[in-house]
Design a protein around this ligand. Structure first.
Ligand SMILES: [Zn+2]
Length: 290
């Protein structure tokens, strides 16, 4: 029997059952690996069991209730069934649960008494907004990455930048690249962390040793360019393409211009709509070598 069977039942029998789909979609949107989503659902099942047993109303779930579960129940947990008991996973999953419940207007926005990591993220967001003028989408992407790092490091304790070791950052980036289904996301992870450490530098924290361990995955200026992709790499590249949404289709079009037509990157970049003759199925290259 599937070991998660019983705990899933706990979840589906609880008032949280109505939000399991929303919770799963939230992770799919953020491109979490299916195994991570399973872990988080297991965490949710444990919490659902405890909150049902404790008579906690779904509308009353907030940061305080999460703390109560983590600090008071978890150390003495003797839930009969095989449950997920890794505090870090439980904490991460429950933070996401609060996000989903708030997005669905099930619970109120947090007022006072936010956790230190939330507080830190709010300051970082203000800096990105007011000092760096970043777009909301970029800011929320950066916040999501930095939130994972800080929750990993500090859970619900105070954020102390000097406690982060270069190796922690290296491991975090490596773990993210396993979590991300799309290689591009790792570049986003590195950008977010660099942005965050730049912010901490403005607050007077020495962070050079932390930024030093991160480099963008493909820094071709420092390496010889690969001559060509092998068939396995091409398979993987094509497999990573998606077709939902304009930017995904744009990416797929760029890849096919390079792969199928053998265009240079600059030729793809300068291609305009007028260069394509759809009836004759031809492309005219105007600004190119020879
Ligand atoms: Zn328990």
């Amino acid at each position: 029997m599937n070991p998660t069977y019983h705990s899933t039942t706990w979840l589906l029998e609880s008032p949280l059952a109505a939000y399991v789909d929303a919770f799963t979609h939230h992770f799919t949107d953020e491109r979490y690996a299916p195994a991570t989503v399973d872990t988080y659902l297991g965490c949710l099942a444990h919490f659902a069991h405890w909150s049902t047993q404790s008579g906690i109303d779904i509308h009353g779930i907030d940061e305080k209730v999460v703390q109560q579960f983590l600090n008071e129940h978890l150390p003495h947990c003797n839930c009969a069934r095989q449950v997920h008991r890794v505090r870090r996973d439980l904490h991460a999953a429950l933070i996401h649960l609060l996000v989903v419940l708030r997005a669905n207007s099930v619970i109120a926005e947090p007022s006072i008494g936010m956790m230190p990591v939330d507080e830190e993220l709010r300051h970082f967001d203000e800096y990105m907004n007011h000092v760096r003028g970043l777009a909301p989408r970029t800011r929320s992407q950066h916040i999501r990455v930095v939130q994972r790092l800080l929750l990993d490091q500090f859970a619900d304790n105070a954020v102390v930048i000097s406690a982060i070791k270069p190796d922690d950052v290296r491991k975090f980036v490596a773990k993210q690249s396993e979590l991300c289904r799309i290689p591009l996301s790792i570049t986003a992870t590195v950008s977010a962390l660099q942005g965050y450490f730049r912010y901490r530098a403005t607050r007077g924290d020495p962070v050079n040793h932390l930024t030093g361990v991160m480099c963008h995955p493909a820094n071709w200026q420092l390496a010889s360019l690969p001559k060509a992709l092998n068939s396995d790499e091409i398979e993987r590249l094509l497999g990573a393409l998606q077709n939902d949404g304009p930017s995904a289709r744009r990416t797929a079009a760029i890849v096919h211009c390079a792969l199928d037509l053998g265009l240079r990157s600059s030729e793809v970049a300068y291609l305009g709509l007028d260069d394509i003759d759809w009836r004759a199925a031809t492309i005219t290259l105007r600004r190119t070598k020879g």
